[in-house]
Design a protein around this ligand. Structure first.
Ligand SMILES: [Cu+2]
Length: 353
């Protein structure tokens, strides 16, 4: 039976309800899209671990790292990058679209390219003048663009474009602004959530730092498929409990709280700045997970205590070390309690008559 193209008078009410339902559904979809957008913006300008999935050529010693998403708009997101003269720059490129894009950085300083050029003229410019890097990224894939910024490039701006025909002309370009001076040292770490139980692997992270503030970027991924958060306690040497962490976070918002992806291999970045040395607790905010043992400690500028014997050879900051040892003790105690509780068999159900 053919469906009438327009509502007939008798069905007007049903169509009105249907259109209301569709409007509501549309709002939900928009909201979801907005949330996804927010989430995907979070790790911008953050590095990815070089040990997995490739890294900068030359052994992973890049001093500047950035993330750029190549979209079908077409555009680069972000379209503005900052580099430091003389440093190796590693750009993690992700093509989120359905078309191939290139990330091609002009080696000519302060020379904005003409958007009315034809694709042939643009290609001719790069053929004549060269590029610092020219990486083609297939749809849905990632690639690294690694290049050294010349020491004499300080204070200059370099345009990057996509060389795929008409993408630059349609707006796919951006600028790399080069500054002088040494870039601040940062620390990069990897953290995972267990696939077997409610735990962080490892539950102790060490960040070597002698100058503060220090930037720390942690790549967090999931060994399982249970939803978790990785949430940092912003104050040093604070040991929260499952009973007080919510109240604490209301008074002292976490400097980094990320939702851990439930897809294996997917990474979310927790990026934050630590102002002073100390032991910083982190935990999962999903109800019940912290209580089940899902927490750990980040040791910044202080040694990670040995898991068996307390460190005895350190000659500096004995109070911090004592604090770290106490925290570890609490952790071990909680783990013991958890394992004991886990071993006690539940009471047998009373038989019914
Ligand atoms: Cu969790």
């Amino acid at each position: 039976m053919p469906v009438p193209p327009y509502p007939r008078s008798g069905r007007a009410g049903r169509w009105r309800r249907l259109s209301k339902a569709l409007t509501a559904l549309g709002l939900v979809v928009l909201l979801a899209a907005a949330l996804v957008g927010t989430a995907s913006e979070r790790p911008s300008a953050a590095p990815r671990t070089f040990s997995s999935g490739g890294g900068p050529t030359g052994g992973g010693t890049a001093t500047i790292r950035a993330n750029v998403t190549l979209t079908d708009a077409p555009a680069f997101d972000p379209s503005s990058l900052t580099g430091t003269a003389g440093d190796l720059m590693a750009v993690d490129l992700t093509n989120s679209g359905n078309f191939t894009h290139t990330f091609t950085v002009s080696s000519v300083a302060n020379h904005p390219l003409n958007r009315s050029w034809s694709p042939t003229s643009l290609a001719a410019f790069f053929h004549a003048n060269g590029s610092w890097t020219n990486i083609s990224v297939a749809p849905g894939t990632s690639a690294w663009a690694n290049f050294t910024i010349p020491a004499n490039a300080s204070g200059s701006s370099f345009e990057f474009v996509s060389l795929v025909a008409y993408q630059f002309q349609a707006g796919m370009f951006g600028f790399l602004n080069v500054t002088g001076g040494a870039s601040g040292a940062g620390v990069q770490l990897t953290e995972q959530t267990s696939g077997a139980g409610l735990a962080f692997v490892p539950a102790a992270l060490g960040a070597n730092a002698t100058t503060f503030p220090v930037t720390i970027d942690i790549a967090v991924s999931n060994l399982g498929s249970t939803g978790h958060t990785w949430s940092l306690v912003g104050l040093p040497n604070v040991n929260l409990t499952p009973g007080n962490f919510t109240t604490f976070f209301q008074a002292h918002p976490s400097p980094a709280s990320v939702d851990v992806p439930t897809t294996p291999g997917q990474v979310v970045w927790a990026n934050f700045t630590i102002p002073q040395a100390g032991v910083y607790q982190y935990l999962c905010e999903i109800p019940g997970h912290f209580a089940a043992g899902m927490f750990g400690y980040l040791y910044v500028g202080v040694p990670v205590p040995a898991s068996v014997a307390p460190p005895s050879t350190a000659i500096v900051e004995p109070l911090l070390l004592a604090g770290a040892g106490a925290l570890l003790g609490v952790g071990i105690l909680l783990a013991l309690v958890a394992s004991l509780v886990g071993r006690i068999p539940p009471p047998a159900p009373k038989p019914h008559h």
